[in-house]
Ligand binder design. Structure first.
Ligand code: NAP
Ligand code: HSE
Length: 428
């Protein structure tokens, strides 16, 4: 008979249900791989009466956190309940009690990751969070282990399943923003409050974690330039398509001369770019290394079973470490001084959609504004709206963020022009 490794799970929602199901269905293999019978002893929920996806068989459901956190037989806590303050409190409690922790909570890890890693070390516990970025894709261990030899230059990520699902449905099936969001919620991809998905905050948190692992730099969430997909219209999607691009919500982290710039926002991706083919709730992380060149890691970024696979793989690592007596080794040791790239050194092409008065000389003024800012045009499109106004679309050549801001200030100061959308364009 194998030794038991008893687990306490905080949360029995989408991810918690998947964890319980995988541990049950793949019990034999997990036991062979780890040398332990990993069993769930207790599960924390808010509401005991709620209908659950699966029966609570073989474990106790409780609404009392201490039942789980202070149970001496429970060696590992799996936190899949979400939130920042409460989860932070419970995880600290567990680590200080000498229990290893596995979490899928990117909100928490992006903000308190450093502190929790230090507390885990002080208490000789493991702390893993593979599921916090890109759901079922094992991207964190890939960066920490498989790409450890390389110097990572750039990470581009479609790291939010909800918005990728919505944009795919809006593009391919002409669904409205509201219809697409409702579907993503029904399918279990969206956060409890989907604002963090659609406003790009969830993706920004994941980019903070990716930046920490890829570049060793601890960027503040507030320093990630973040824009969501609210306000994206079928018109931008259609124009982008006409010009050979798809609109996607992409996180970008780039190392430039030992500094880093991190941004999240809707971008135009050339249709031939590998990230353009990433559809629905799938995620992908496109990593450029100085030695390896371009690599892409692709898979389901949200949902019950993919996310639970990553959670259980962390649990398996804890079990293996327990067997080998190597518990408490920090997940990522790469640390580099955090320095931000100044705006004049961050270059990109941009897409602008404007409404302009359709009268002689307006385009000349526009050209002058862009020329004065040092931004040149790559592609131009003009369509009449009515007798007096036209839609003008510009794709610029690469320019610095400062130059683009100057051009935008110029457009905004001109009563004959109205800037409607402005997105970065990724070069293929
Ligand atoms: P969910 O479906 O809303 O489930 C949350 C569970 O936690 C519920 O069972 C809830 O209990 C319980 N819970 C919440 N607050 C609690 C509290 N204060 N005390 C006791 N129990 C509490 O959430 P989820 O989608 O599984 O997400 C869980 C975590 O995984 C989040 O951090 C999320 O960001 C992360 N994540 C989710 C996905 C995904 O695809 N869903 C992917 C990657 C990461 P009741 O059921 O009684 O209400
Ligand atoms: N709400 C998140 C998403 C879940 O849509 O990607 C996975 O982290």
């Amino acid at each position: 008979m194998k030794a038991k490794l008893q687990v306490g799970v905080l949360g029995f929602g989408t991810v918690g249900s998947g964890v319980i199901r995988i541990l049950k269905e793949h019990q034999e293999k997990i036991s062979q791989v780890t040398g332990y019978d990993i069993t769930v002893k207790k599960v924390l929920v808010r509401d005991l009466e709620k209908n659950r996806r699966y029966e609570a068989e073989g474990f106790t459901l409780t609404t009392e956190p201490k039942d789980v956190l202070d149970d001496p037989e429970i060696a590992v806590i799996v936190e899949v309940m979400g939130s920042i303050t409460t989860a932070h409190h419970y995880i600290l409690h567990a680590l200080k009690a000498g229990k290893s922790v596995v979490t899928a909570n990117k909100d928490l890890i992006a903000i308190h990751g450093d502190e929790l890693v230090a507390v885990a070390q002080e208490n000789h516990c493991d702390l893993f969070y593979e599921a916090s970025v890109a759901g079922g894709i094992p991207i964190l261990r890939t960066i920490v282990n498989s790409l450890a030899a390389d110097r990572i230059k750039k990470v581009l990520g479609i790291v939010n399943g909800t918005t990728n699902y919505m944009l795919t449905q809006m593009t391919a099936s002409n669904k409205s923003y509201e219809e697409a969001l409702q579907e993503a919620q029904d399918l279990g991809f969206a956060e409890a409050d989907p604002t963090s998905d659609v406003d790009g905050i969830d993706a920004a948190r994941k980019m903070v974690i990716l930046t920490r692992l890829a570049f060793g730099m601890n960027v503040n969430l507030d320093d990630v330039k973040t824009k969501g997909i609210r306000g994206i219209s079928q018109k931008d999607i259609a124009i982008a398509s006409q010009l050979g691009y798809r609109v996607k919500l992409v996180g970008q982290a780039e190392e430039i001369d030992n500094t880093v710039d991190v941004a999240v926002g809707p971008v135009l991706l050339p249709k031939a770019h590998p990230l353009s083919g990433v559809s629905d709730e799938n995620n992908a992380v496109f990593v450029t290394g100085a030695a390896v060149g371009e690599t892409m890691f692709y898979g389901p970024g949200a949902g019950e079973m993919p996310t639970a696979t990553s959670v259980v793989s962390d649990l398996i690592t804890v079990a293996k470490n327990t067997k080998l007596g190597t518990i408490g080794n920090v997940f990522n040791r790469f640390v580099h001084e955090t320095k931000y790239t100044p705006a004049e050194k961050v270059f990109s092409k941009y897409y602008f959609r404007m409404q302009m008065n359709d009268k002689t000389g307006t385009f000349l003024k526009l050209t002058k504004i862009f020329a004065d800012a040092g931004v040149s045009f790559d592609k131009i499109l003009q369509e009449p709206n009515d007798k007096h106004t036209a839609t003008v679309v510009i794709i610029s050549h690469a320019a610095s963020r400062n130059q683009i801001d100057e051009a935008v200030r110029g457009v905004n100061a001109e009563p004959e022009m109205r800037l409607i959308t402005q997105y970065a364009v990724v070069e293929g």
